[in-house]
Design a protein around this ligand. Structure first.
Ligand SMILES: [Zn+2]
Length: 95
């Protein structure tokens, strides 16, 4: 008799895929690579961090005009970085 033991289906792909971060505007978790990181330096300067590697506190926004506008409107970056965000920073995001 041929007893074919069925292989159990893969339980789930391992969860260690890509690092995820939350967008300050839409609050969705996304791949870090699809978000823009904004950091606050020790001097209190707000900088865009396209590399995602700058030191300091970081906040993330989708690479999406709607989210950038929304972040501005709801002051998502202010809340996340706990400091005032000059409007130039938002202007830069929207460039
Ligand atoms: Zn978003």
């Amino acid at each position: 008799m041929n007893t074919t033991t069925k292989q159990p289906p893969n339980p789930r792909p391992p969860m260690k895929s890509k690092p995820q971060r939350r967008c300050v505007a839409c609050r969705e978790m996304k791949d870090k690579s699809s978000l823009i990181r904004i950091t606050a330096t020790a001097e209190g300067e707000i900088q865009l961090d396209p590399s995602g590697k700058a030191p300091g506190r970081g906040a993330y926004i989708c690479r999406d005009e709607q989210c950038m506008k929304k972040a501005h409107k709801i002051k998502g970056l202010e809340r996340s970085l706990k400091r005032k965000i000059p409007s130039e920073v938002y202007a830069k995001l929207l460039e």
